[in-house]
Ligand binder design. Sequence first.
Ligand SMILES: Nc1ncnc2c1ncn2[C@@H]1O[C@H](COP(=O)(O)OP(=O)(O)OP(=O)(O)O)[C@@H](O)[C@H]1O
Ligand SMILES: [Mg+2]
Length: 253
Amino acid sequence: MKKTGHFAEDKPLLRDVDWRVRPGENWVVLGLNGSGKTTLLKLITGYALPSTGQMRILGKDFGEYDWRELRKEIGLASSALAEKFYAAETAREIVLSGLYATIGLYDTPGKSAVEKAHAAMELMGIAALAERRYAEFSQGEKQKVLIARALVNSPKLLLLDEPCAGLDVFAREKVLSSIQRLPSSGGGPTMVMVSHHVEEIVPAFTHALLLRRGKVHSSGKTSGVLTKENLSSFFETPVNAGKKAGRFYLEPR
Ligand SMILES: Nc1ncnc2c1ncn2[C@@H]1O[C@H](COP(=O)(O)OP(=O)(O)OP(=O)(O)O)[C@@H](O)[C@H]1O
Ligand SMILES: [Mg+2]
């Protein structure tokens, strides 16, 4: 992606974003509320359109791709999407709808589709919830349904917008360890995860993009970006940061 701008009422939401994700890299995107993280994911999935700049996704230039087809290769789990599902649908139906990249299930899924949905739910540890209705789920259960839906098509690109929001500490660790295992589980997706918490950056995330007020503050290898100095500059306030037992931590100084 190069110098992409997305505007609303003449105010750019993102500016000068020069960002490239190469095969084998997994990125975490960090930034304060309103910094443009969700907007960035919306640009990648066609839920927002760039007003200027160039964008290339999975080998195709912007304008060349058919969004309905492209979305089948991109798994998206986002709370922005969570609000759109129909309350009466079961977890299985919601996960199945991911196969067709639709909100709501309009096609009659065949045996192999149902098997794929089951496998994705197994991976997220929610197979037992398959028949229950979405409206009844706790926030954490909804998050897991969403991630299973994002995974159901074995996507090339997996976009996770705050996948651990609302999860208790044990559920969070389970989700993170599932995420950590994905790239190694044969042909796993390239991942981009938006997060507010550096503790959620498991080793699978090789690279980090720091967004501030719609612009890239810094980007590169995770260990180079998440230093005390760089994060203090990013937050415009002194912080202590580093790694403890293989995971990052961040605290105000
Ligand atoms: N359609 C829109 N029209 C106008 N402004 C918008 C639109 N969508 C987003 N914004 C604004 O763009 C900015 C970036 O929003 P975005 O949702 O990308 O932030 P974010 O980094 O995901 O924040 P958070 O951490 O709170 O989720 C915010 O100031 C938001 O109010
Ligand atoms: Mg957001």
